[in-house]
Ligand binder design. Structure first.
Ligand code: PLP
Length: 379
């Protein structure tokens, strides 16, 4: 009944774990959920107010498919000022979430059998998007080692069309160094590859600074930046993302958007405009709190013997469980059964994650402390 394409992809492991946590909670269990990929903060008040105003003004209809002009212009300004990439509003497409932007990129540029380099481990939906578009993922290990030209070279073939990077990274929390970005840029240029750069966690960063690969020499013409409002402004449910792409690709994405979702939600677009134009203090506050939680969870996990590299960005701790003789699936199940703790098994993100589990610290400090106590007892 189902197509080969759909049969070829797995259910989203992160969404699955979230549902499992909810099911246990509904059964009355005191579950600690560390599987969520979304900020637990409320969307800032002034952004919510903008939505109420948009409703009152009757902005409740389709917008132009690529997004309202004011928002595209504001995004272009932000990209120029913060990411040092010289774009204009026509190169920006506003999408219903960053996820949709990624699908539109893959559908626009991949033909059957084209290969895409993915860094292993990586966010679960990249692989699915590549496969649904008829492409084939090819993996390059990137966990605690640096991305090197030679490793890219040995994973590539004459069918390779694109490389996907995501820095700061979900699930491993790394931020790509300038050296790695330069090496990836050199490789992409020499092999005439496109680069999809997912920068959705750019503001949630604790070490290093965020550099967009599109700002490196001659990279803009081959780079598609994907970003959005979900993580930076705690706006996951508003479904607003965007991409900045070379005009030909942007037009391909636009066609898909016109024939699939029409446009991003109108009310949310006005709220996103307010998010960009308003004070950024709300973002600083959330990032500060994420950092406070990160410091606690990393210290506690390492203290219990669950080795965890200090995340440089995003809100995930990627924890090595091999000291405890369990693979990731066994450890995830054990946490759930013995401590009512929900995490995501690392192998969901690629084979490099098979001895790891991902803890999201988009959870209250109280839950983090209690969660760590439960694990300590369990072990
Ligand atoms: C790396 C990465 N990219 C993109 C997204 C998509 O976010 P959204 O579709 O809410 O903009 C996520 C969400 O979890 C993510 O982790």
């Amino acid at each position: 009944m189902l197509s080969k394409r759909v049969n070829g992809i797995a259910e989203s492991a992160t969404i699955k774990m979230g549902l499992l946590a909810k099911q246990l909670q509904d059964e009355g269990k005191e579950v600690m959920n560390f599987s969520l990929g979304e900020p637990d903060f409320k969307t800032p008040e002034h952004i919510c107010e903008a939505a109420k105003k948009a409703l009152d003004l009757g902005y409740t209809h389709y917008t132009s498919s690529a997004g309202i002009t004011e928002l595209r212009e504001e995004i272009a300004k932000k990209i120029q000022a913060e990411n040092k990439v010289d774009v204009n509003a026509e190169e920006v497409i506003v999408t219903p979430g960053g996820k949709q932007a990624i699908y539109e990129v893959m559908m626009s540029v991949l033909d059957e059998g084209d290969e895409v380099l993915l860094l292993d481990p990586c966010w679960v939906s990249f692989e699915a998007a590549v496969k649904l578009a008829g492409g084939k993922p090819s993996w390059v290990k990137k966990l605690e080692e640096e991305v090197k030209y030679e490793a890219l070279e040995s994973a590539a073939s004459e069918n390779t069309k694109m490389i996907v990077i995501n820095s700061p990274n979900n699930p491993a929390g790394y931020v790509l160094s300038d050296r790695e970005l330069n090496e990836i840029a050199e490789f992409a240029t020499e092999h005439n590859l496109l680069v999809l750069s997912d920068e959705i966690y750019e503001k949630i960063i604790y070490e290093r600074r965020h550099v967009s690969i599109a700002s490196l020499d001659d990279m803009q013409e081959r780079t598609i930046i994907v970003n959005g409002f979900s993580k930076t402004y705690a706006m996951t449910g508003w479904r607003i993302g965007y991409a900045v792409a070379p005009p030909v690709i942007m037009n391909g994405m636009l066609k898909i958007q016109q024939h699939s979702v029409s446009c991003a939600p109108s009310i949310s677009q006005y709220s996103a405009l307010t998010a960009l134009r308003g004070s950024q203090e709300c973002v600083d506050k959330m990032v500060k709190e994420f950092k406070r939680r990160k410091d606690v969870i990393v210290k506690r996990l390492n203290g219990i013997g669950l080795r965890c590299v200090n995340p440089e960005g995003a809100f995930y701790a990627f924890v090595n469980t091999s000291n405890h003789g369990n693979n990731d699936i066994e450890f995830t199940e054990r946490l759930l059964k013995e401590a009512y703790i929900v995490v995501t098994p690392g192998s969901a993100f690629g084979s490099a994650g098979k001895d790891y589990v991902r803890f999201s610290f988009a959870a209250s400090m109280e839950n983090i402390v209690e969660g760590m106590e439960r694990i300590e007892k369990m072990l």
